[in-house]
Design a protein around this ligand. Structure first.
Ligand code: GFB
Length: 322
């Protein structure tokens, strides 16, 4: 697996207790690996706690006594999942984030990092998307409930910082991919879906792979190990901005992504588009001037990252499909 682990962090024990909310997901599990590799002490519950439950969340955080919290727990999914389960996307996320943020404040957590998403920015905002475009226009309808929940989390973190003097940081990652992603064809994001579809088409000798929409939308993709590297880089700084974009720096059309995955997989069939399925937002490239000016840049080229995740999927495909 490609990574740039030792670039910024030593693995000396730090004596800092860290709770990763959502440690089982793609982002949470990558954060756990990274934090442990860098010498942090992970404190996680022995049994799964429903973070939508206020009392349970407060008891958990009081009990774990973390110094830092990474809020990676969320109801997430691709364009179809967002469109199909809008109530769950807003309810689950509002509950999880409110409980974790408030409990962290009450338990005097020293630092909290909250993960947002590039879909918080207005659908037709100028590109690349700068942090100050937040709340400057209408959202993309396919993910409005999710985006509104994430915007509420940012405003909540800012309000706590202002009123209570907390140190809550919000990062806005671009579209992510990596090991432990969700490969379910209905609810996944595009990279996981196309890796699975292409691999299955290759194995079964299918004539074509179906790609949703027109193939023209542009998306920016960042490997989750780069994202966790940026998160830790920001958390370890004494002084930092409270809202920071984390991106790869360039984007690619869905069509070219499908062709790239086809090439990586060695699949010889066709790519066919299904314009009945939604395209979503036409483009959402993040402006990463702020993060790069602080001294961080990604280290995993797209082709290299996709190749590693394709291999990971092939090795783990059996249990992924169960
Ligand atoms: O990754 P994705 O589901 O999310 O879709 P969004 C990106 C683009 O890939 C869309 C196209 O234009 C899809 O139509 N696409 C093509 C596919 N084939 C497929 C496929 O088989 N599966 C999927 N899922 N897409 C989500 C938001 O937006 O991105 C969330 O809904 C969040 O709120 C997340 O922000 C990062 O980039 O469109």
């Amino acid at each position: 697996m490609p990574n740039g682990w030792s670039r910024y962090h030593s693995n000396e024990p730090k004596g800092i207790r860290v709770y990763v909310a959502g440690a089982r997901g793609m982002v949470g599990s990558a954060l756990g690996r990274r934090l442990q590799g860098a010498g942090y002490t992970l404190v996680q519950p022995a049994v799964r706690v429903d973070l939508r439950d206020q009392k349970a969340t407060h008891e958990l955080i009081e009990d774990l006594k973390p110094d830092w919290v990474f809020l990676a727990a969320a109801k997430v999914g691709g364009i179809y999942a967002n469109k199909t389960y809008p109530a769950e996307f807003i309810y689950d996320n509002l509950m999880i984030q409110s409980n974790v943020i408030h409990a962290s404040h009450q338990s005097r957590v020293k630092k909290l990092l909250l993960l947002g998403s590039s879909c918080i920015y207005p659908k037709f905002a100028p590109q690349p998307l700068r942090e100050e475009y937040l709340l400057s226009g209408e959202l993309e309808p396919t993910n409005e409930p999710y985006a509104v929940a994430k915007i509420a989390a940012i405003v909540m973190a800012r309000s706590y910082n202002r009123q209570y003097g907390t140190d809550f940081l919000c990062v806005m990652p671009t579209n992510l991919y990596g090991p432990n992603d969700n490969f379910d064809l209905q609810t996944s994001h595009v990279v996981a879906a196309l890796i699975r579809k292409t691999h299955e088409a290759k194995v079964s000798g299918a004539e074509f792979v179906e790609v949703w929409g027109t193939g023209t939308p542009l998306r920016e993709f960042l490997h989750v190990d780069d994202m966790t590297d940026a998160c830790l880089f920001l958390m370890e700084r004494e002084e930092t901005a409270k809202l920071v974009n984390i991106g790869y720096g360039s984007d690619i059309s869905v069509r070219d992504l499908a062709l790239l995955i086809k090439d990586i997989a060695g699949y010889e069939g066709e790519i066919r588009f299904n314009p009945e399925m939604p395209d979503g937002t036409p483009r959402k490239l993040l402006d990463t001037t702020l993060l790069t000016s602080l001294g961080w840049k990604p280290s995993i080229p797209l082709r290299e990252g996709l190749t590693a995740v394709y291999r990971w999927y092939v090795e783990n495909a059996d249990w992924q499909r169960r």
